[in-house]
Write a protein that binds this ligand. Sequence first.
Ligand code: NAD
Length: 354
Amino acid sequence: MLINADHLTEFAVSIFERLGARREKARETADHLVLSNLKGHDSHGVGMIPNYVGSAQRGGLQVNADAKIIKDKGAVLLVDGSYGFGQVVGRQATDLAIERAKSLGIACVGSRNNHHLGRIGTYAEHCVRAGLISIHFVNVVGHPPFVSLWGGRDKRVQTNPFCCGIPTDGDPVILDMATSAIALGKVRVAGLKGVEVPPGCLFDAEGRPTQDPGVIAEGGSLGPFGGHKGSGLAYICELLGGALAGEWTMQDEKRQGQITVNNMLMFVLDPDLFEGGAGFRAEVEGMQQYARASRPAEGVDHILLPGDPERETMAARYREGIPIDEGSWDALCASALKAGMTQREIDAVQAGLV
Ligand code: NAD
């Protein structure tokens, strides 16, 4: 089915409020998740709500927590997300990074103990709107690993996202990616839709390649993207986001529970610092045009730069609605019930969608 973004947002807000979240926190989290759906990343959209409801009810997610500064060294800050909605405490940590980068030129912020941060590109987009460059290294802990490193049969890390945002005079460059071959949520979505994942992403418990999304539940693993190089970047995210910012890496098996926690190290930089910014902006603009002017390869319609696919998908989904498969919708409604909405309220939401 196709759902209008505003209706979906209101439904998500109601679920979070039933969990006890204050309206502005429920709203910010819902907006972030629905924006992920609009941008084509259903793996990080409202499909995460069942996970959040379970986590809040187990005492993991703290729906009204705010980020707190633990250490302030000027350009270097350590911030604790207190297991609040990542979408809220991650944005609060990013606000601090922006404020410091605006006054000092550069900021390095360690943001630890965030409940799932969602789509990391959101924080880079926040920085580029302020005219700043940002780089984000993130690890994922709180539950057992699902991702194997290059050449390994055993799972050792998670989908550890890397992200970089660069402001331009036009559309910003936003490279935002899991370091696993695909995002884990995409395996979940494929499982719910009953479809295979692309080749080269999954391995069974013996390390043999497979396309069956069910393999993760049977001891299989998700592999890294790009062979040993992607595996290396996943590992760097574990060490910078996890060991440095979070002091929490996957090797601590006692802490592999049932919560999704992200630790993030972010660098935020004012491009005006070097030669006043004009030369940088002119080079970026020239490079964007040069890159786009490449003849597309056979079978490719037009060249896409980082951030383009999300913008194209968002334009289409605003017009046409957000596609939600039956399995994801049923899981969302079940989580609404679990959060305390009545069947009648859920039926009313559903009736308002058509
Ligand atoms: P993806 O593979 O769809 O896209 C990765 C990057 O490549 C994006 O910047 C995109 O703009 C660009 N891109 C995609 N197709 C392209 C093309 N044809 N040509 C040029 N550029 C192209 O993304 P993903 O790796 O599946 O990650 C999805 C989302 O999951 C991200 O938003 C990420 O932050 C999020 N994520 C979050 C966590 C977490 O723990 N919070 C963990 C993993 C991933």
